[in-house]
Design a protein around this ligand. Structure first.
Ligand code: PXP
Length: 236
């Protein structure tokens, strides 16, 4: 199972001081050298962490796949088409949210999503849609023309008790199986940490996990290299 590491919070720390360090591309090199498979960053419309020049530098220095999380806004789609990361993951975006809340509602925003998918795909970018583990959204994603989806694991990760956790785990398992049966590659992420990742890593249909906050938080204490290796071991 592949591991994508989201390094947005390296830039969050830099922005806390408005200075130049820590530098996201240094983190990207450590991610590369410690067993991860892709670098993930989210260029938000409000540029609260990763900014346009980070993206240009990352595209230059990163040898792994660069997976750009992004909204369907035409400004951001235009930037992605210029920079051309290997992959774009379309996510919903609200200005005031702390992090991505819920999956993209592909079903009710079909035209906008489809237009963004077509533009990105025509530039040679692989496009994934970040959706809730919901049959209707999976069908809409397939219709939108993507070959991959990332299932939102937030409800599972934030479950308040074992019973809820089991219910949301089963929901993810069923969704992963269904998406794969439609020929989609299946990824997952959001809220995964050192305690809850193993169960998700056991879902056969999931090919890739994308993890940010918990790895960067652990890196504060043990260093980024070790934090990634520990997560890698749990997934394996
Ligand atoms: N996948 C997607 C699509 C996301 O938007 C995020 C958050 O940026 C993640 C994965 C990683 O979530 P977390 O930081 O909670 O690990």
């Amino acid at each position: 199972m592949r591991l994508g590491v989201n390094i947005d919070h390296i830039a969050t720390l830099r922005e806390a001081r408005g200075q130049l360090e820590p530098e996201p591309s240094f983190a990207a090199l450590l991610v590369e050298n410690n067993g991860a498979d892709s670098i993930v960053v989210h260029l938000r419309e409000d540029r609260r962490h990763i900014n346009d020049s980070d993206l240009i530098i990352l595209k230059e220095v990163v040898r792994l796949r660069l997976n750009l999380e992004m909204s369907v806004s035409s400004e951001i789609v235009g930037i992605a088409c210029k920079i051309r990361p290997e992959q774009a993951t379309l996510v919903p975006e609200k200005r005031k949210e702390l992090t991505t809340e819920g999956g993209l509602d592909v079903k009710n925003n079909f035209k906008r999503v489809r237009n963004a998918v077509v533009k990105l795909a025509n530039t040679g970018i692989d496009v994934s849609l970040f959706i809730d583990p919901d049959k209707k959204q999976i069908i809409a994603a397939r219709r939108a023309g993507v070959s991959m989806v990332e299932l939102h694991t937030g409800r599972y990760a934030n479950a308040e008790n074992k019973k809820e956790e089991n219910r949301y785990f089963e929901e993810l398992k069923t969704a992963a199986r269904f998406a794969k049966s439609l020929g989609l590659k299946v990824f997952a992420g959001h809220g995964l940490n050192y305690n809850n990742v193993s169960k998700i890593a056991g879902i056969e249909e999931i090919e890739e996990l994308n993890i940010g906050h918990s790895i960067i938080a652990r890196a504060v204490f043990v260093g980024l290299g070790r934090a990634i290796k520990e997560m890698r071991e749990l997934i394996d």
